[in-house]
Design a protein around this ligand. Structure first.
Ligand code: CA
Length: 325
């Protein structure tokens, strides 16, 4: 920096100063110029960007393959996850997450169905191939449907996983069951310190939770399949009871946390979510569209937001699961 006074004197150059500007005050913006970057997929399921944002890893549910994909559309198989099986339904190779410290430890995390149940495992990805299969948590009850399966890292450095209730609704209310939950664990596969019930459970009362994403404020959002009436977008708090099977969508039962947004199931059936510039994007399977949920509406924390979300673009359902469950 250089200073000037009223007399026209100019100072010497200061030392170099570096700073980071604040985030843009206006969130979102409506997407445009929507293009297809990659084709030829069977059932692509989990997607996660590498920390450098230059490539993503994408899982294929029924082939158990993992691919590297670039924004230009280049697609390279990097491996196949061992010990994965299908359920002839919604199980198979599911979510993927990249360790925030990948540059030094080269760890990635996967959720998949195996012989004894659903597992969360760690593998080593060196940028080219997968090795070092290590089980972190296993025996999460599997079922033909309702396996959950999304993974995401929180800003706290812990791994969050969504698990379905395996079409056994009472498991969702059992705080000692791994099913119908959002779990929080360490990268070594232990319950994260400070979890509300001293085990893996972070929140409960979920039916078939799917997308998980953190917003700019570090808040966790989750999209969830309802049964036959309403799908949900929930703001997740530790220890929260999200209602299933007592409630589907919004209800007025003491102790149950209502969703921040709901949709008639025919318009949604949510799959993955992503948050970009604090706007939630939610892929809808039966709805065959991409929903866009601007931040302002979430900040109002509306209790009955049915219909306030607006359909923006149609998209082929990704992670298509066939008949809605
Ligand atoms: Ca609920």
């Amino acid at each position: 920096m250089v200073a000037h006074d009223a007399a026209g004197n100019t100072s010497a150059q200061s030392n170099t100063v570096s700073f980071t500007t604040n985030a843009c005050s206006s969130d979102g913006g409506v997407p445009s110029s929507i293009t297809t970057i990659s084709t030829g997929w069977a059932i692509p399921w989990g997607t996660y960007w590498m920390p450098d944002g230059q490539t993503a890893l994408v899982t294929e549910r029924d082939s158990f393959k993992v691919f590297k994909v670039t924004p230009s559309g280049a697609k390279t198989q990097v491996g196949t996850v061992p010990n994965a099986v299908t359920t002839n339904g919604e199980g198979g190779l599911l979510g993927v997450a990249i360790d925030p410290n990948w540059a030094t430890n080269h760890y990635i995390y996967l959720m998949h169905t195996a012989s004894e149940g659903n597992r969360i495992v760690r593998m080593t990805y060196n940028g080219t191939s997968l090795t070092g299969y290590t089980i972190l948590l296993q025996g999460i009850k599997k079922n033909q449907y309702h396996n959950g399966g999304r993974l995401v890292f929180g800003p706290d450095g812990y791994l969050y996983a969504s698990t379905g209730e395996a079409e056994t609704p009472d498991l969702a209310q059992d705080k000692n069951s791994l099913n119908g939950k959002i779990l929080r664990l360490t990268t070594a596969g232990q319950p994260a310190p400070g979890n509300p019930f001293g085990n893996y459970v972070y929140s409960y009362g979920h039916r078939n939770p799917q997308g998980l994403a953190f917003d700019r404020s570090g808040r966790l959002w989750e999209a969830e399949f309802g049964n036959s009436k309403f799908d949900e977008l929930n703001l997740i708090k530790p220890g929260g009871n999200y209602g299933w099977p007592t409630c589907e969508g919004t209800c007025s039962v003491s102790g149950m946390t209502n969703p921040k947004a709901t949709w008639p199931t025919g318009q949604a059936s949510p799959s993955g979510i992503a948050i970009v510039r604090n706007v939630v994007y939610m892929a809808a399977l039966k709805g065959e569209r991409l929903w866009r949920d601007p931040d302002q509406r979430r900040q109002r924390e509306r209790r009955h937001p049915v219909g306030v979300l607006r359909r923006h673009v149609r998209t082929p359902a990704y992670g298509h699961q066939g008949a809605r469950r």
